[in-house]
Design a protein around this ligand. Structure first.
Ligand code: TXA
Ligand code: MG
Length: 316
C-alpha cells in the first residue's frame, strides 16, 4: 500500500459520492483512464490541472451519461453532430460544440466551445447516472506523458498526488487503449482533430459529409508535436523498412518475429491488440530502462490510423 490515503475500489456509488464532495476520481473508460471532477465545481476542476501539471488553457472533455447531455452543455448542435452522437455514443468519440454560457471557463480553457463524450464503460456509466451531471476529465497521466490504460498506470503516474477525498475506480484494462476520436462540430462539416477508434470512413458514412482535416485553429493538447512520449527515443518504421537494432525495444505485429538482441515490448496479433497494448508497451520501455525503441507501424486503416498518429507523436 502507498502511504497516501486515497481509496482504490470498484464501487461506482462511492466514486459518485467522492465527485459530489468535490474530490477527484480516476475513471475507467473504454479508451483510457480519465481523472475526473464534477464539471460544475470550479475548485475541483482546478485541482485536475494542478495534479496533472497541465497548462490552464488546455480544455477538458465533459463526460456525460447519454445524449441528453448535448442539450445541457452545447449551445448549437448541427444535424451531423446529432447523427454522430446517435451512432457512436456511448463510445470512443468526442464532439466539440459551441458551449452554453453556464459551462465553466476552467473546463473549456476559456474557449467558446465544449467537448462532449459519453463513455461506454459500465462502471463509469453508473457513476455518471448517479452523479446526474457531467464530469470534466483529461487522461489520468501527468501532462505530456503516456495515457494510462490500467489502474496501475494511474497509480504510478498520479497516485502519490491524490488525497483521502479522492477515489480510484478500478475498471480493469481499457478495451480500446487509445484516446477517443475528436470531431469539431462547430462548422458546416465535421473536422477531425484527433484520430481514434471511430474512423474518418465511419464519420463520412454516418453523416454523408466529407471530413475536413484539422487546420490548427482549434487548440488541442493531443495535437502538440511531442506528446504521448516515453523517455526512450521512439523510431517508427513501415513494415517493409524494418531493420533490427541491437539493444532496442520492439513494438510490432506478431507476424514480425523478434530479432536476436531486441527486447519485445508488444506482440500484437491484430490492430485491436496493438491499440490495447500500445501504452503499456511504451511504459514498459521506460521500466526496462531502454534508450531506444522501434515501432513497426500497422496499416493506415481502421484503428491503425490512430496507432500511427500516436506513434508519430511519440517519436518527435
Ligand atoms: O479518450 C479520451 O478522450 C480520454 C478519456 C478520459 O475520455 N480523454 C482524453 O482527454 O484524452 P485529454 O484531455 O487528455 O485530451 C482531450 C483533448 C485535448 O487535446 C483537448 O485539448 C481537446 O481534447 N479538447 C477538449 N475540449 C476541447 C475543445 N472545446 N476544443 C478543442 N479541443 C478540445
Ligand atoms: Mg491526455
Amino acid at each position: 500500500m502507498p502511504d497516501n490515503a486515497h481509496v482504490i475500489g470498484t464501487d461506482p456509488v462511492a466514486a459518485a459520492r467522492a465527485l459530489r464532495r468535490g474530490g477527484l476520481v480516476a475513471l475507467p473508460t473504454e479508451t483510457v483512464y480519465g481523472l475526473a471532477a464534477d464539471a460544475t465545481n470550479a475548485d475541483a476542476v482546478r485541482r485536475i490541472f494542478a495534479v496533472k501539471g497541465r497548462p490552464a488553457d488546455h480544455p477538458l472533455i465533459v463526460h456525460v451519461a447519454d445524449a441528453h447531455g448535448l442539450d445541457a452543455w452545447a449551445a448549437r448542435v448541427p444535424d451531423y453532430g446529432r447523427l454522430l452522437a446517435t451512432a457512436y455514443w456511448p463510445g470512443p468519440l468526442t464532439l466539440i460544440f459551441p458551449k452554453l454560457p453556464q459551462v465553466l471557463d476552467v473546463v473549456t480553457g476559456g474557449q467558446a466551445t465544449v467537448g462532449l463524450r459519453v463513455p461506454a464503460h459500465a462502471l463509469t456509466q453508473t457513476v455518471l447516472h448517479e452523479l446526474g451531471t457531467g464530469v470534466a476529465a483529461p487522461s489520468a497521466n501527468r501532462f505530456g506523458r503516456v495515457s494510462p490504460t490500467s489502474i496501475d498506470h494511474v497509480l504510478a503516474d498520479i497516485g502519490p498526488l491524490l488525497g483521502d477525498a479522492d477515489y480510484l475506480l478500478d475498471g480493469g484494462p481499457c478495451t480500446v487503449g487509445v484516446e477517443s476520436t475528436i470531431v469539431d462540430c462547430t462548422g458546416d462539416a465535421p473536422r477531425l482533430l484527433r484520430a481514434g477508434a471511430v474512423t474518418v470512413d465511419m464519420i463520412e458514412q454516418t453523416t454523408g459529409l466529407d471530413v475536413l482535416a484539422a487546420d490548427g485553429t482549434i487548440r488541442a493538447s493531443g495535437t502538440l508535436a511531442s506528446h504521448y512520449a516515453p523517455r526512450a527515443t521512439v523510431r517508427v518504421r513501415e513494415a517493409d523498412a524494418f531493420e533490427p537494432l541491437d539493444g532496442a525495444g520492439l513494438i510490432a505485429p506478431s507476424r514480425l518475429g523478434t530479432p536476436a538482441g531486441m527486447v519485445r515490448l508488444l506482440d500484437a496479433e491484430d490492430d485491436g491488440a496493438y491499440a490495447r497494448g500500445l501504452y503499456s508497451a511504451l511504459r514498459a520501455a521506460d521500466e526496462h530502462g531502454l534508450h531506444e525503441l522501434i515501432a513497426v507501424l500497422p496499416a493506415d486503416a481502421g484503428i491503425g490510423s490512430a496507432i500511427r498518429d500516436r506513434l508519430r507523436r511519440a517519436s518527435h
